[in-house]
Design a protein around this ligand. Structure first.
Ligand code: FE2
Length: 383
């Protein structure tokens, strides 16, 4: 909790408040931002803003600023109103940008081959997560940061994955159902439902939005083949940006069509293989050779795209970037489907049946679950 003792010194002009904190950081708060964030302009129950920017003075000028306990008290020229701002809010707003939420601090892992999923990632018993909110918060935060996490001891019963999914967020139903079975069938509508090995990919780029997180629960592991493969798409994309910026740029700029067609679904979406945020950060990777549809580009762009696409595909095949593991009965893996690529080695269902159940979770619901747990844990600490 920031208080006046956290403040080294402060100064202000009619346009700007500057605070030098005891730790040496300087934060700046312009008058218009302060005026637009008055608590009096928000609904006291739900916190939603009651005014639009057009209702706020275009050039509000600070008339007075003073410190009092844990708040700054501000008044403006030509208005009677005063407003208070928690010092903790100003400390946070002024210096940490969008990344002050722990779950948004991405921890990239490039060389997956050198990692042990049981020690390098969050890998905890399902029963522990069910009974312990602190363990759940830690596990979910690491899932968000690493893009992958694991559970053990999930009951090997039909649809038990939904009980695990309920701890993480909202399960999303698709044309594959609320839960889908990953096992070999005759005439599969998706190659995932065969014995074939699958190269690293993300699921369903033909959807809009694409599935946020994917969970896979092992009901019957194959002792012979069917190993799981994972790679960090964000780390690979950054590796590509650093080593071959032209290819990287091409993959961020070329919309790629993806298509899925079955007797009851026709799903089509266009998206670049690497998606960037407004700040230029990698925020999505979409890669699925099985569902990429014929591209429609001018010849020069087509050649350039294919070269870039091949370069990225070759990166995905490099063993050093792949974390390979054998999930066992009752294990569950969940991963960020807009970041973490997954695949598997081939297996023989004739020799050994292999059966996983999967589901998708909306991306925002997982991040929401982390944030709510964090707020609840802070309330517990204060209580
Ligand atoms: Fe998949």
């Amino acid at each position: 909790m920031a208080t006046t003792s956290s403040v080294g010194e402060y100064s202000w002009t009619p346009e700007l408040l500057q605070i030098r904190w005891q730790d040496g950081a300087l934060t700046e708060h312009c008058s218009l931002w302060l005026r637009d964030n008055c608590a009096a302009d928000r609904d006291p129950q739900n916190g939603q803003r009651l005014v639009d920017i057009a209702d706020v003075p275009a050039n509000p000028r600070l008339r007075s600023v003073s410190l009092a306990g844990e708040v700054v008290v501000v008044a403006w020229e030509d208005e009677d109103r005063t407003a208070t701002f928690a010092l903790s809010l100003l400390a946070q707003q002024g210096r940490r940008g969008p990344h002050y939420r722990p779950e948004h601090r991405v921890r990239r892992w490039l060389d997956g081959a050198g990692l042990d999923p049981r020690s390098d990632f969050a890998f905890r018993p399902f029963a522990e997560l069910e009974r312990d909110a602190a363990a759940r918060l830690d596990w979910l935060t690491r899932l968000a940061q690493d893009g992958i996490a694991f559970l053990s001891g999930v009951p090997r019963t039909d649809h038990a994955i939904l009980a695990a999914g309920a701890l993480m967020g909202h399960v999303a139903e698709t044309n594959y159902g609320l839960v889908f079975d990953v096992r070999s069938v005759a005439s599969p509508e998706n190659l995932a439902y065969s014995d074939l090995g699958l190269g690293l990919h993300t699921d369903n780029p033909y959807r809009d939005p694409v599935p946020g997180f994917q969970a896979l629960h092992v009901l019957i592991a194959s002792p012979d083949g069917g190993d799981s493969l994972f790679a960090d798409g964000f780390a690979l994309a950054e590796h590509l940006r650093a080593s071959d910026s032209e290819t990287f740029e091409r993959l961020t700029r070329t919309p790629v069509p993806f298509l899925y067609r079955s007797k009851d679904a026709e799903l089509y979406s266009e998206t670049p293989l690497i998606g960037l945020s407004a700040a230029g950060e990698v925020q999505a990777v979409h890669y699925n050779n099985r569902s990429i549809a014929p591209l429609r580009l001018a010849a020069d762009d087509m050649r350039a795209f294919y070269a870039a696409y091949r370069r990225f595909a070759m990166l995905l095949r490099e063993p050093r970037f792949q974390m390979r593991m054998k999930l066992v009965d009752g294990d569950l893996v969940v991963f960020d489907n807009q970041r973490t690529l997954h695949g598997r080695t081939a297996f023989s269902s004739a020799r050994h049946p292999r059966h996983l159940q999967g589901c998708y979770l909306t991306r925002d619901s997982v991040f929401s679950r982390v944030a709510v747990l964090r707020l609840e844990s802070r309330a517990e600490t204060v209580r």
